[in-house]
Design a protein around this ligand. Structure first.
Ligand code: TZP
Ligand code: MG
Length: 228
């Protein structure tokens, strides 16, 4: 899948910790979330060793391929290469974007986490396909976030991207769920540059029924009810 054809509307980021995944099976949860309509999946696993990462990523890739949805790997370009999946998501402290691009090639989807205008400008200049803008709201899923930027900070970044004139896709991440998604979509999106989607972890992975949670979120993203 060419990076330009990716649908970022409902971006699932996984978590393998018992606090979020519980005793569920990650591959089954991702399968359910795909049935519910998630449009892209990032395998984010800070607890498994490299062998387990590759093995789980392969299983996830089988599932995402069946649904014709891209699979990206968080942090680990080597794992993405080993698995042959569609790309990676890198943070500010990971392998730099230019090196990741060199290793993965032009057809890979590469996303970068940005929390400031400067970081967004650099990622755009260096050829990111999409930006994960955040942290939007404080979240128990990732407590070591230095930057809670809220809707106002997100809007500033969207405006800066607009003024660069770069055709980069954007998703918001952090504390997004069925109760907050409406506010994110209305308050963060500038009149010209809109968010292309929202990224969620716990709203789907920790849900009792991940398929139902994904399907409800997708409806809200595709057809947001009026926000007062
Ligand atoms: N990056 C910024 S916040 C976050 C990541 C990976 C976690 C978001 O988790 P949740 O459960 O959707 O708030
Ligand atoms: Mg990272």
């Amino acid at each position: 899948m060419a990076p330009s054809n990716v649908d970022y509307s409902l971006y699932l980021v996984t978590d393998s910790t018992p606090a979020i995944l519980g005793d569920k099976d990650l591959v089954q949860v991702v399968e359910a979330a795909l049935q519910g309509g998630v449009t892209i999946v990032q395998y984010r696993d800070k607890v498994s060793d490299t062998g387990a990462l590759v093995s789980t990523a392969r299983k996830l890739h089988e599932v995402t391929k069946r649904h014709n949805v891209p699979l990206l790997i968080n942090d680990r370009v080597d794992v993405a290469l080993a698995v042959g999946c569609e790309g990676v998501h890198i943070g500010q402290d990971d392998l730099d974007l230019k090196s990741a691009r060199k290793l993965l090639g032009k057809d890979a989807i590469i996303g970068v986490t940005v929390a400031s205008i400067e970081e967004a400008e650099t990622a755009c200049r260096d050829g990111a396909d999409y930006l994960g803008i955040g942290t939007m709201f404080a979240t128990a899923t990732k407590t070591n976030t230095k930057d809670i930027i809220g809707t106002a900070g997100t809007k500033q970044i969207l405006r800066a991207i607009e003024s660069i004139g770069k055709d980069v896709q954007t998703v918001s991440i952090g504390g997004i769920n069925a109760s907050t998604v409406q506010r994110v979509l209305y308050q963060a999106s500038d009149s010209k540059k809109k968010l292309d989607g929202v990224a969620v972890v716990s709203a789907i992975i920790a849900a009792k029924d991940p398929k139902q949670a994904a399907s409800e979120l997708l409806k809200l993203v595709q057809n947001p009810p009026p926000f007062a």
